[in-house]
Each structure stands twice: as structure tokens, then as C-alpha cells.
Write a protein that binds this ligand. Structure first.
Ligand SMILES: Nc1ncnc2c1ncn2[C@@H]1O[C@H](COP(=O)(O)OP(=O)(O)O)[C@@H](O)[C@H]1O
Ligand SMILES: [Mg+2]
Length: 144
């Protein structure tokens, strides 16, 4: 699967997340790429909602990981502030990306900061800001 589309509002991004939520199931690893303010966390907010979570979704910039209750557990990572790979291993991140152990869905912002750690990826979502309200979403299904 490969989808490339533009959203022109928060409502359209929400609708895209709703459509995408239908292909999401556990165990799954999804990477979200894009500059600061492109809309990664905004997309995760909607996706968590459509996966049945009533939890407040916030950016895990300082905690590195937020966990939400949903139809399956959601592990929301933000590796932006990660200073070293040692830090990643120290907190046991690689456990979450081991499909044989994963009981939920991993949604990862700034995965490029742990390059090499995440091997078994299901989807990559590239988000580009075009103007204030327009975002280009490219959703790529990774081949096994
Ligand atoms: N079409 C759109 N889709 C998603 N976010 C949008 C859109 N238009 C404007 N925005 C705004 O862009 C910002 C995206 O911020 P955020 O999701 O935190 O980005 P990131 O997590 O990539 O740093 C939010 O303030 C959001 O309201
Ligand atoms: Mg974010």
C-alpha cells in the first residue's frame, strides 16, 4: 500500500487518521517522519481516538514514551530529545520493537534518532508542511 494525499485542515487530517486506523492492529510498528510542527502528534491524537482511546494524547517529548489505553495498548514514542543510543537501550526501548513481545501498536516520532534499533516496521508515514494548514501525507507499507 502506498498513499499520497494532502490534508487542508485538522478535520481532514482527522479523517485520514480514521481511514488509516482501519488497517492498524497489534502488533504493529509505525514510524512518523516530518519536521517539528508538521503534524505527527496531531495525527497520533486522532489515530489513538479511532483506536478506541479516551486518553489525553500529549507529546512525549520529555518522557520519550506515553502509553494510552485503547482497543490495543498504544506506545507513543518521541525520540526528539534522545541524546544517545545508550540512553535508548538503557530504558529498554528495543523490547517494544520486538514483534514477538509486542502486545500493542508503537507510534514513533523522530525514529531517525534511533536508527538501526527499529527493524520490523509496518508503516512509514512521511508528513510535509506545505503551508499553514496544508500537509502532504505519504503512507508507505513496508515490505516484509
Ligand atoms: N492539516 C493539518 N494537519 C495537521 N496539523 C495541522 C494541519 N494544519 C495545521 N496544523 C497544525 O500544525 C501543528 C502540528 O503540530 P504537531 O502535531 O505537534 O507536530 P509534530 O508532532 O510533527 O511536531 C498543530 O499546531 C496543528 O494544529
Ligand atoms: Mg510531535
Amino acid at each position: 500500500m502506498k498513499i499520497k494525499t494532502e490534508t487542508h485542515s485538522l478535520e481532514e487530517t482527522d479523517s485520514l487518521a480514521k481511514a488509516f486506523s482501519k488497517v492498524v492492529s497489534a502488533p504493529m510498528v509505525i514510524l512518523l517522519n516530518g519536521d517539528l510542527g508538521s503534524g505527527k502528534t496531531t495525527f497520533v491524537k486522532s489515530l489513538a481516538k479511532y483506536l478506541g482511546s479516551g486518553d489525553l494524547v500529549t507529546s512525549p517529548t520529555f518522557t520519550l514514551l506515553n502509553i494510552y489505553n485503547a482497543s490495543v495498548p498504544i506506545y507513543h514514542f518521541d525520540m526528539y530529545r534522545l541524546s544517545s543510543m545508550e540512553e535508548a537501550y538503557a530504558v529498554g526501548f528495543e523490547e517494544y520493537f520486538d514483534k514477538s513481545k509486542l502486545d500493542g501498536v508503537c507510534l514513533v516520532e523522530w525514529a531517525e534518532n534511533v536508527d538501526g534499533l527499529i527493524k520490523d516496521v509496518d508503516y512509514v508515514i512521511n508528513i510535509t508542511k506545505k503551508d499553514d494548514f496544508t500537509r502532504i501525507f505519504e503512507i508507505l507499507e513496508e515490505k516484509k
